[in-house]
Design a protein around this ligand. Structure first.
Ligand SMILES: [Zn+2]
Length: 398
């Protein structure tokens, strides 16, 4: 046997009870000639349809996307609902036409049976709504609670039908067709509810502002993200799909990949209904590339390149514009650690790491020294040179 959750079982019970009431009301409506009963039967039928939607919705939303339907099944269900909503609107329109035709003095037959049917509908609808609301709240199923609230107001439809039949019996013949028209309003409402929900999902409704803001925050917090270029999220049924475009200063593919995995994990672990996060990683658009060169003197372009790194007297820092590869800015900093006995290189590296340098150009290789790791951590790239002056380096870059 198939085991159903309590919410699914309640949705199934709603379908069976409402369908049973629809059959009773339709048969008795035809037998007695009451258009109000027939209208309420049609109304119950529309409610069966939307309850089937709730039932399928509960089933489908507990089903993950497959390979063939990578975005899930939510939309197929919604296209069907859209067509059903149109059919329901037509049914409501038809009921109003038939009711208007019956405004002449139509006397109902089999009134006791008609009254019993209307009364039974009223009582069962009331019981059903209490049951739906109770299970819906206990299982935290928003769709079942919504269905329960709808059913509760349907008690009014049954009361209107009962009043119409009694009125007709007492000689106010028009009351039965008037009740029919009032019930048509309930039919339109069911159609509108189905239509609204399906259109929302079909149009890829975005998620609420707070969730969107939280996703943006989580992504910005990740180390290596310089800018969020765009963020899109849409909900499909219970699930949210996120598309994110970020700028990073990481140039290494593996690191950039690791970064996007980290962002995805972070968002998914905090926001449980996020089904998937797609991160597009783009390199940060830079206006300048900043170079650092150890020098023996501060003599502008004529400065001689030092043979050492930690022991260099000065560091020449200059920016090359990415647009035209021209020199944009140049300055020198004096090496404050040159007098140290030990760890000059490490201290200098720590200082340069704060200067947002992209490339370090040296004569002496600093690979495998502690300075190298400090600078690598600050995403500095390394280049070795044979050039004697800063001018030569810049000429080579051009
Ligand atoms: Zn209804």
């Amino acid at each position: 046997m198939i085991r159903l959750g309590r919410d699914k079982k309640a949705a199934l019970v709603s379908i069976v009870v409402t369908a049973f009431l629809a059959v009773i009301k339709y048969s008795v409506g035809v037998l007695s000639g009451s258009i109000a009963l027939v209208a309420d039967a049609v109304h119950s039928l529309t409610d069966v349809i939307s309850s089937i939607g709730v039932f399928l919705g509960l089933k489908i939303s507990s089903r993950k996307p497959t390979e063939a339907f990578p975005y899930g099944f939510y939309k197929a269900e919604n296209i069907v609902s859209l067509l059903l909503a149109l059919a329901i609107f037509y049914a409501g329109y038809d009921i109003i036409l038939s009711s208007v035709e019956k405004f002449e003095e139509v006397v109902l037959t089999n009134v006791p049976i008609a009254i019993s049917a209307a009364l039974a509908s009223l009582v069962f609808t009331l019981l059903l709504s209490s049951y739906q609301l109770k299970v819906g709240r206990e299982t935290k199923s928003p769709s079942l609670v919504a269905d329960g609230k709808h059913t509760r107001t349907d008690v009014y439809a049954s009361a209107v039908v009962l009043a119409g039949i009694l009125g007709n019996y007492l000689g106010f013949y028009a009351l039965d067709p008037i009740a029919g028209i009032l019930v048509a309003v309930f039919i339109f409402r069911s159609g509108y509810e189905i239509l609204k929900d399906s259109i929302k999902v079909l149009l890829d409704a975005s998620i609420d502002y707070e969730s969107l803001h939280r996703i943006r925050e989580l992504a910005s917090e990740a180390h290596g993200v310089r800018k969020i270029r765009s963020l899109k999220a849409r909900s499909s049924g219970k699930f949210v799909f996120v598309e994110l475009e970020i700028e990073t200063n990481l140039r290494d593919l593996e690191r950039a990949h690791h970064l996007s995995d980290k962002i995805e994990e972070k968002i998914k672990s905090e926001m449980k209904n996020v089904d998937r996060v797609i991160v597009h990683v783009e390199p940060e658009e830079k206006e300048f590339i900043r170079y650092a060169v150890p020098c023996t003197e501060n003599n502008a372009l004529q400065s001689r390149v030092s043979e050492h790194f930690g022991g260099a007297e000065y560091f020449c820092i200059f920016d090359m514009r990415t647009a035209d590869n021209d020199l944009a800015d140049m300055r020198f900093i004096k090496n404050p650690f040159i007098g140290l006995e030990k760890m000059k290189g490490l201290r200098v590296a720590e200082l340069l790491a704060t200067k947002e340098i992209d490339k370090l150009v040296t004569k002496e290789s600093i690979a495998k020294k502690s300075a190298f790791y400090v600078l690598e951590d600050a995403y500095v790239e390394f280049e070795e040179t044979d050039a004697d002056t800063v001018r030569e380096i810049i000429e080579e870059l051009k």
